[in-house]
Design a protein around this ligand. Structure first.
Ligand code: ADP
Length: 408
């Protein structure tokens, strides 16, 4: 029996107990009972919270064990560091890749593995991460313990505390030295083969041109027609080979942009003439580009335009009009090439400028190409502070355009 009820009974049995006392005692009893049930409720609540906390601690432990197993077994170096660049963790792949044991690196500055000429990168990366920007697949070089330079691809993310404040950085470094060497070998091979192919082809084109001149005097038109076709095909091959050579140069960082002041109109007239020479099915129409001067590399920009014209021809198998527009927009000139060809769907439009990307469609599967023309064009335009854009709809033709600063 609860102690308060006993007391109550005792008080009631006392002869001196007045009604007032009884009332007071009853009130006290009620208040104690209320307090008691509140305490019971709180105890239950605390028990629930305790079980919740235990559960979440267990799940945290599990997560942390999984994470540490992943970090341990990863083939990539996984390193964490403070915002000041002091290393706080160093996994076994980091030991394998960079040659330093964990005990040699914890507490050390990350600069230890950054080559001297690349130490500014760290400041740039830190400033990006402070703004909450993740750095992904950043290709650079890092130093091993024995002084060897490695090609690495870095992905760096901020580590935040529960309130979202950045308290450190995690860095995943993948050793891509072998991949880079393989790429280099491939480029060297492509450059060498392209160069070797170009020399005899140029000679063949020259011989065809001589024969063409002679055949024009002949009464049989068959020779001239056949030689013209042979010349067209040889020129197409030279263009493709040139694209491969440009790609190799670009990727080696050896592409040379020779900027000078030049007039746009004569260049475009020449290119439109060259393109018209390749086709009888299409009409190439030029809306005037008169009196516009550009400061840029005429050869490289010419390459961009001829590439867009060739594509307009290639991807309009039914023929049609190809229009070159020049539109003044403030101090820039917008050059666009519009065709009435097969068009491109939205998903493909997003990937057209990637290296080796070709649209996979029945309508154009017989059209030859390597998917490097638009990639090269966009790279050349990048050197001219410009970019290539496209508007297209499947079956409704395409328009490609870019703009350049007008030279005043
Ligand atoms: P290639 O023509 O050698 O394949 P490009 O880089 O010049 O390489 O073009 C990439 C792809 O973009 C082409 O394969 C083609 O599918 C698509 N494309 C380019 N220009 C046009 C165009 N004017 N109309 C339709 N598709 C085009």
């Amino acid at each position: 029996m609860p102690i308060f009820s006993l007391k109550l009974k005792e008080s009631i049995n006392q002869p001196s107990c007045t009604m007032e006392d009884i009332k007071e005692l009853k009130e006290k009893l009620a208040s104690y009972q209320k307090e008691n049930s509140e305490l019971v409720r709180r105890v239950l609540e605390l028990e629930k919270t305790e079980s919740r906390l235990k559960k979440s601690a267990r799940s945290m432990e599990e997560k942390s064990a999984t994470l540490s197993a992943i970090v341990k077994s990863s083939d990539d170096a996984i390193v964490s560091k403070t915002l000041e660049g002091i290393i706080t963790s160093w996994n076994s792949s980091a030991e394998r890749i960079f040659g330093y044991h964990e005990s040699e690196m914890i507490g050390q500055p990350i600069l230890k593995i950054i080559p001297e000429d690349r130490q500014d990168e760290e400041i740039e990366i830190l400033s990006k991460l402070r703004q909450g920007i993740r750095v992904e697949h950043f290709e650079t070089k890092r130093l091993t313990k024995n002084g060897k330079l490695l090609d690495v691809s870095l992905t760096i993310s901020p580590i935040r505390d529960t309130s979202g404040v950045i308290i450190g950085l995690s860095k995943i470094a993948r050793d891509i030295t072998e991949k880079k060497l393989e790429e280099q070998r491939k480029h060297n091979f492509v450059a060498m083969v392209s160069h070797e192919l170009k020399t005899p082809l140029t000679a063949i084109t020259a011989y065809i041109q001589i024969l063409l001149q002679i055949s024009k005097k002949d009464s049989n038109p068959f020779y001239a027609t056949t030689l013209t076709r042979a010349e067209t095909q040889a020129k197409k091959m030279i263009t493709m080979i040139q694209d491969f050579l440009s790609l190799a140069r670009l990727e080696e960082g050896k592409i040379q942009i020779n900027k000078q002041k030049f007039e746009l109109h004569p260049l475009i007239i020449d290119l439109a003439g060259d393109a018209q020479f390749l086709t009888k099915k299409h009409v190439i129409d030029l809306i005037s580009c008169d009196n516009i001067w550009i400061y840029g590399d005429p050869e490289k920009l010419g390459h961009v335009i001829i590439n867009l014209l060739n594509n307009a021809i290639k991807y309009s198998p039914e023929g049609g009009t190809i229009t070159i527009h020049c539109d003044k927009e403030g101090d820039r000139i917008k050059i666009s090439i519009q065709d009435e060809g097969v068009g491109i769907n939205l998903a493909d439009q997003k990937r057209l400028f990637e290296r080796f990307y070709r649209v996979n469609s029945d309508k154009i599967k017989t059209v030859s190409g390597f998917g490097i023309g638009l990639y090269l064009a966009s790279e050349i335009l990048r050197f001219h502070d410009s970019k290539i854009e496209v508007k297209s709809q499947e079956g409704m033709g395409s328009t490609f355009w870019f703009s350049l600063n007008i030279h005043q």
